[in-house]
Design a protein around this ligand. Sequence first.
Ligand code: DOR
Ligand code: ZN
Length: 361
Amino acid sequence: MNADASVVKMPGLIDPHVHLREPGATHKEDWDSGTAAALAGGFTLVLAMPNTQPPVTGAASLEMTLAAARRKARCDYAQYLGAGPENAGEVASLAGGAAGLKMYLDQTYGPLRLDQMADWRAHFAAWPKDRPIVAHAEGRTMAAVILLAALYERPLHLAHVATREEILLIRLAKEKGLRVTCEATPHHLFLCEEDLPARGLSGGRAEVRPRLATAADREALWANLEVIDCFASDHAPHTLAEKDGAQPPPGFPGLETALPLYLSAVAEGRLSLEDVLMRCYTNPRRIFNLPEQPETWLEVDLQAAGEISAGKTYTRCGWTPFEGWQTRGRLQRVVLRGREVYHDETVLAAPGYGKNIREQG
Ligand code: DOR
Ligand code: ZN
């Protein structure tokens, strides 16, 4: 085989679920480091979650985070709005400028959480039907929110599906014709709770929401791969000092480890390259109504062996639950809107090069 036979071109990937921590926790990540990590991971477009400090729940907080993004982002992006108990009208009026609406219906990191079903209904009634809603809803909460979305006759995207019960519920909902889509994370696809001790992940380092599930749950995700519309990293950086502290926040970083894990699964024959493109490009574009990024592509060497190491990453959090993982398949180059933005393990895009794909006017 000649040296370049294993190098393929792919479209710039989309990660519809990342936490970039600015404003409020820029020691964990900011728009600069988080979007550099995205490019180093092959993602040219990321959708940023609203559980920042302050959370993005209205016009003022949206402008605050977008002002930082405008100055600092190295890849393209859009920002989610967060659903709160009092803001259904205000966020709906801002829908056109946002990635979508995020509804936190179960325990997570930060104060955004909707406990009352009346508040879910207010958002389902007010938010435009042709704009995305993403729900963090686990187990029985997922069943409840699928029903409510169906009653309001609107599409719903379910974040980070983690268990057999959840993926089978979504399968059934799809079979009944409900407009439900979902995503799975690399950590729920490649790790399970039984792996934690061997990976040296104990105490706060093991904390993530949804929790890592059983090996049977993980295998149920693979067995129902066709039900999973998107792969999403749920990149949730926290420092090791915080993870090892008294009140460890849940979350794993994921932007820079996702693609090597997917490509390794391709090398092992567990996924096809088309499976990856469908879930990291085609489906996210359709579900979140994202524009094409012109002259944007990746060069990937499908055969190159590697090893995951936090020492090489751009994320500010400085660790990865996949430390030491042997991989096959490496990102060589990223071109975004005609410019080389990543090459030879180096991010070349300057802060501010990234565009808000929902910018209006
Ligand atoms: O583990 C998690 N971390 N799950 C979430 O839902 C939020 C995230 C974060 O923001 O840290
Ligand atoms: Zn998340």
